[in-house]
Design a protein around this ligand. Sequence first.
Ligand code: NDP
Length: 295
Amino acid sequence: MTKRIDGKAAALDVRQQVAKGVEAFRKQTGRAPGLAVVLVGDDPASTVYVGSKGKATLEAGMESFTHRLPADTTQDELLSLVERLNDDSKVDGILVQLPLPDQIDADAVLDAIDPAKDVDGFHILNAGKLAVGQQALVPCTPYGCLHLLKHEHDDLSGKHALVIGRSNIVGKPMAQLLLGENATVTIAHSRTRDLQALAREADIVVAAVGRAEMVKGDWIKPGATVIDVGINRLPPEEGKSKGKLVGDVAYDEAAENAGAITPVPGGVGPMTIAMLLRNTLVAAHQREELEAPAI
Ligand code: NDP
């Protein structure tokens, strides 16, 4: 029978481990780890994400610093805030919520963040370290996916993993992480030919595309593990103000073939914030030259 992978429960477990780590860190150093989140503008989805991140940070016993800047903030103003946060000893992690308004070059801002405080793992130094197999702060969503996969499989070595999507935020780091676990990794993207045939060969499918229910049930090899990163909102049904949230995988069909599969919502989503807290705890330990708990 197909197993529905419970991302909420896995995320709760990570958050409880982080909270214990925070307590121990506080005893050792006399301070709590601190996470600064920067929001530019008032994009509704970003406002919700930033609110959830602040709340989760406090629940883990950490200090939360939220900076809300107006939509017309200039690049220089944002860079000078990043500089101040880089220099602030109470801040262990800095997250600049994406997307940023058009007048700001997001790459320049991400690269201005001190790599030691780059808890999103988007800085070029952390991306490079991950690519060459060195210890790095790793992007939260793919790290959360890896955590779920390791829960399902004692050993990922030799498994054929198909990652659909090659963004710097999800697809590429996901592929690097799987490679680091000795999986045989195929990366697919919009120019890939015969994606279905590739998917049918895969023991693991990670879908990070942003296209509602694109991966069909008959693409999935019997018994494969399916991790659905996608978050897509369908058009609202008649009489409803909001459409249903679905992933990149047609869940009901895929569940008929998969050995284990993440739902949307309640799969990968909750892991992202849990791993952000984990990264902040790790960054705090590294800044104090202490050994971080293995989470
Ligand atoms: P991007 O738009 O940056 O990347 C999408 C990738 O999918 C690209 O590499 C693109 O290929 C590829 N793609 C597009 N169409 C096809 C197709 N028909 N066949 C194969 N590949 C295709 O998206 P993100 O990586 O940022 O996000 C992916 C999804 O994950 C989104 O739904 C997003 O909302 C969700 N997400 C969820 C998170 C969570 O916390 N659960 C966190 C981050 C993202 P190409 O490069 O050739 O254009």
